[in-house]
Design a protein around this ligand. Structure first.
Ligand code: MRU
Length: 342
């Protein structure tokens, strides 16, 4: 079951996905969105495929799981969490000897991914809150909140923890065209939590920075390359350039599951192209001439030289990122190995 985010903030509707196709459609249509949240949903999609498979032999069940994995992975290409979660659930099933064991294992691994993500968000909040100055006015872009994760959020996790520590004066939220995740979702989440929020248009960010109204910018991520280049919602790169021009720290908050050490830099990150209709309409209302050509890249890549720090569930990485990110992974593998042997 997931919140159908297309209807927020007006309507809080819960959708029940009863098939892997329904999960894939929910991801494709942004009913569920945000890198960790689509990974979690896709993980449950594989578990549903295991539940629904009519296979009588484990090998045949595995064929069904591979088919489900391909369907889910094809929905959205940029967030690495999606493929990461799908592969993790399918890999867990590969060690099972019976169909029933495969069903139980896929479900429990999907549940663990969701539980771990919530814990990661709280850890990101704890690591990031001390980076937020006292009485801070924080700019954020898109929605890297509870809605985009298992709960609490990444960038909004840092903001929530900083708010609990009494450090937040105001959160300034970019509306985030074309789909308005900032206006619809981030503004709603912050209001629900009683955190002071001011909504601005995307093109007002430079003005607010120039007037000294922003102390720090913080965003989430869909994929981070080995050198620290960050893919996030379209417009993030612009925020980072503006932050640098105004000497404002620009932080990225994301769990290790968003970091893709297999690609050297951001030029290798696939950028999702979405329907031009999202540009030519707002909330279903056409705002552009019928025959105008429009392009709609959903993400952009911020070069790591513009990033002041990457706040992960395992600590804060600083430049040079090729070394600091690799070190976080080494430590995380070590501590998982220690936990397994304890
Ligand atoms: O297209 P979306 O809404 O899925 O894009 C989401 C973002 O860009 C978020 O900032 C990112 O996934 C982090 S969510 C914790």
């Amino acid at each position: 079951m997931l919140i159908d985010q297309r209807h927020l903030p007006g309507d809080l509707r819960i959708e029940r996905c009863e098939s892997v196709e329904a999960v894939a459609r929910a991801i494709r249509e942004l009913r569920v969105r945000g890198a960790p949240a689509i990974g979690i949903a896709a993980g449950f999609g594989v578990a549903i495929a295991a539940r629904d498979s009519t296979a009588e032999a484990v090998a045949d069940l595995f064929v069904d799981l591979e088919r489900a994995a391909a369907l889910l992975k094809a929905t959205r290409p940029t967030a690495v969490n999606l493929a990461w979660a799908v592969d993790r659930v399918v890999a867990a099933a590969s060690g099972c000897l019976t169909i029933e064991e495969s069903r139980q294992t896929t479900l429990s691994v999907a549940q663990r991914i969701a539980r771990d993500d919530l814990a990661s968000c709280h850890a990101i909040g704890s690591h990031g809150a001390p980076l937020i100055p006292e009485n801070a006015r924080v700019l954020t872009h898109c929605n890297a909140g509870a809605l985009g994760t298992a709960g609490y959020g990444t960038a909004l996790g840092v903001i929530r923890s900083a708010h609990a520590a009494g450090r937040i004066r105001e959160v300034v939220v970019d509306e985030t065209r074309p789909v308005l995740q900032g206006a619809r979702l981030t503004a709603w989440e912050l209001l629900c939590d009683g955190i002071p929020v001011t909504l601005i248009t995307d093109n007002a960010a430079a003005h607010f920075m120039q007037r000294g109204r922003i102390d720090v910018a913080i965003v989430g991520a869909d994929r981070i390359a080995a050198n620290g280049d960050v893919a996030n919602k379209i417009g993030t790169y612009g925020v980072a350039v503006l932050a640098r021009a105004h000497d404002i720290p620009f932080y990225v908050a994301a769990p290790l599951s968003t970091i893709d050490l297999s690609i050297p830099d951001g030029s290798h990150i696939p950028i999702e192209e979405r329907s031009p209709d999202e540009v030519t309409t707002i909330g279903g209302l056409r705002i552009a001439p019928d025959n105008v050509r429009a392009e709609n890249p959903a993400f952009d890549v911020t070069p790591s030289r513009l990033v002041s720090g990457i706040i992960t569930d395992r600590g804060v990485a600083r430049a040079p990122y090729a070394e600091s990110l690799a070190a976080l992974f080494r430590e995380s593998t070590l501590s998982s190995a220690r936990q397994a042997s304890a």
